[in-house]
Design a protein around this ligand. Sequence first.
Ligand code: UD1
Length: 417
Amino acid sequence: MPKIKIDGGHELSGTITISGAKNSVVALIPAAILCDETVTISNVPNITDVDDLENILVHLNAKITRSPGKVEINSSDIINKEITETLSKKLRASYYFMGALLGKFNKVDMYFPGGCSIGARPINLHLKGFELLGAKITEEENHFIIEAEKLRGNNIYLDFPSVGATINIMLAAVKARGKTVIDNAAQEPEIVNIATFLNNMGAKIRGAGTSTITIIGVKYLHSCFHEVIPDRIEAGTYLVIASLLGQELKIDNMIPSHLEALIAKLTEAGVEMDIGLDNIVIHEPKDYHGIDIKTLVYPGFATDLQQIMAPFLTQCKGRSTIEETIYENRFQNLPELDKMGANTQIRKDNRKATIRGKTPLKGTEVTATDLRGGASLLVAALIAEGVTTIDNISYILRGYDQIVEKLTAVGAKIEII
Ligand code: UD1
């Protein structure tokens, strides 16, 4: 099994260019099958989640052509058959085929999705939405058949503004008869990106990016060209790295307004940065002090970035806390950071952690337990003294495009062994 080996403590300078957003592209690719013609998606990151979605498209007999940074998808000859358990379980985002196939064929047959074990992650809100659109759900263990004679628009209130449920219901509703209104919808930038893609095909979606999304069903979706937005979590990861090691390090091709909560918290800790239109430059690290972080839905502090902040907080003087309100099991990276010399405590209910700093970190052998937890270890390894090897790196490669190349280019000593 490959591992990542990092010789830490090297300053980083130059430019890191941010790739297309993982959480956007993993919904755009399933959404593409709703199109009645060919669609082209650009700024596609080279991550294994995209490979896994390609395998599902091939299994369904869709035509997908990939070239660097681009995919073309034509679903004219798609065969709506069961998506096997192995394919469904490869990634979380396989569940977007539920909304997309239901929207296109009024039927989908697949299994419970995979993804990082960071909490229970039920899909009850997705299913509730499908039912309100007129679908019948047959669920046996982790196998789902969801079908409808006809999908009809309805008013759907989400008990929680779930990203996945909001997108999945949009996908199912886009060709349904009449008007669907999603209330308490998630407002993440990725949702706006998916809605824009569907609108570019001729869909009628209004209000994406607010808590009320209205969808008027249409019969036909035509060809379009669409660009994936920059990955705010990747940009946030490199911004944290730059805060710790950057010497004139520029994070480029990003949207700073998507990262307001992170920028506010880094600034509170003492980070100084120059924010441009589509980039942020960190001139040099400063002395930092402890801060409190609480994860919330967008535009609050992203849960995907709290794990990345943990190694940063080990370098802040005093006591810091992280409160995780979205997932039940998102501190698995902390015991691994402790192996490197961090001083962390997790509250018994697993919802709050305390990090005391500043503690020097030392290279050792650690294991990634999930995607962002793995990235958290990678940040720690970059600042640690000596060599760190990170095991289970397939988690990291699922979400970070060319991470080894990008860090090497700015001066990190990092390799896959
Ligand atoms: C997406 C992102 C993930 C990010 C998360 C929150 C993708 C592929 N993944 O995940 O990186 O961490 O948003 O920003 O885009 N919930 C329910 N019932 C449901 C659906 C969700 O109870 O039917 C709960 C979940 O268990 C969780 C919370 O709602 O506690 C948030 O989940 P959700 O927003 O749906 O996250 P994902 O779409 O899975």
